[in-house]
Design a protein around this ligand. Sequence first.
Ligand code: SF4
Length: 369
Amino acid sequence: MAGIYVHVPFCKQKCTYCDFASFPKELGKTESYFACLYRELEGRGRALKDKVFDTIYIGGGTPSVVPAKFIAGVIRQIKKFFNLAENSEITIELNPGTVDEEKIKTYKSVGINRFSIGLQTGYDEQLKKLNRIHTAKDFLLACNLLKGENFSADILMGLANQTAEQVKKSIELAIAGGVSHISLYALTPEVGTPIYTDYLNGELLSDDEVADIYDSARKYLEEKGFFRYEVSNFAKKGFESKHNLNYWRRGEYIGVGVSASSFIDNRRFTNTFSIDEYMNAIIYNKNPEIDSAVIELEDACFEFIMLGLRTVDGINIKEFNQKFNKDFDSEYKSILLENGKYLDRDGFNLKIKDEYLYVQNTIITSFMK
Ligand code: SF4
C-alpha cells in the first residue's frame, strides 16, 4: 500500500517560523493552480495504476483557505485516476479561522475522514507573535465543527519564554476540543524566517529547556491516554496516522503539487518550489521535478533504520535482512555495541529505549556509513 500527498501552497498570511512552500500573496492563482494539480494527478495516477494507495494527505500551506469545491476536485481526480483502497484514510489540514460548517460538510461528503488542525499554542499573545491568523477561541470553534470526527492538533515547543506549564495548558485545550491525536513539534528556527532573528538574539529556548518541556508534556499526554507512537506524535489507541506511519516504514508515496516530494520504485524526487514554474511545467507537459535520485543500497539501509527508529516500535531485523539481503547483526556489530545502553533488543525487534527517543538523532546517525 502507498500514500498520496497533495500540496496546497496558499495561506492568509505568513507565520514567523514558516519555511514551507506557502504564498499568501498568490491566492489569486487558486483556480489555475488547482487546474494544474488536477492535470498532474491524472498523469501520475495513470502512470501508477498498478499500485494500490490507501492514504491521502492534503497539506500545505492551508488547504482550508481555498473554496471547498477545489478540495472536492482533488478527491474526485484521485478516485478517478488512482487505484484507491476502500476505507482509505483521507486527511486534510485546517487552520482555525478558515473553516465553516459548509466546508466541513463538503469535505465529509467527498470522503475526508481525518482532520489536522494547526493550534501551535493555546495562548493568544504567543499566537499573535507567531503571526498566526487565529486565537485559542477560534481553535475551539473549529473543534466544535468537527465534533465526533477523528482529528489532530499540532502544538509547538520552544517559543520565546514558553514554559512547560503553558505547553501543558495548550495540550489541555486540544484535549478539551476533542482531539484523538496530537503532534508535538520543537520549533526549528530556519534561516531566512523572521524567527531566526529571535534565535540569533538568544530569545528562544535552548535545546535542553525544550527537552525538559517535551518530557513533561509526554508524561502529561500519557496520563491523558495519548500514547507516543513516534517521537513527535501521540494518539489514543487506534488513532495513529496511517499516512505518516507509511513514511516511517519507508513505504511508497506520491507527492503532487508545488514542493511535494515522492518515493516510488526506489526513486526519491521533488517538485519545484515555485508556483509559476510548477504551473508552466504542467501546462507545457514538462516535468515539474527539480531533483530525482535512485536510492543506493547503503542509503536505503540507513533510511530504513533512521525512519524506523523514530517510532516506538523500532525496526524488525528479520525484515531488514530479507529486504536488503544483509545480516544486520554483523553489519552493525560495533555500532550496536557502542549504543547498547540506548537500545532495547527483543528477538528480531530493535528500538530506542523510551527515555532516549527524544534525543534519537545522535543514536541514529551512528548507523550512517
Ligand atoms: S499556516 Fe502553516 S504553512 Fe501557512 S504560513 Fe503558517 S506555518 Fe506556514
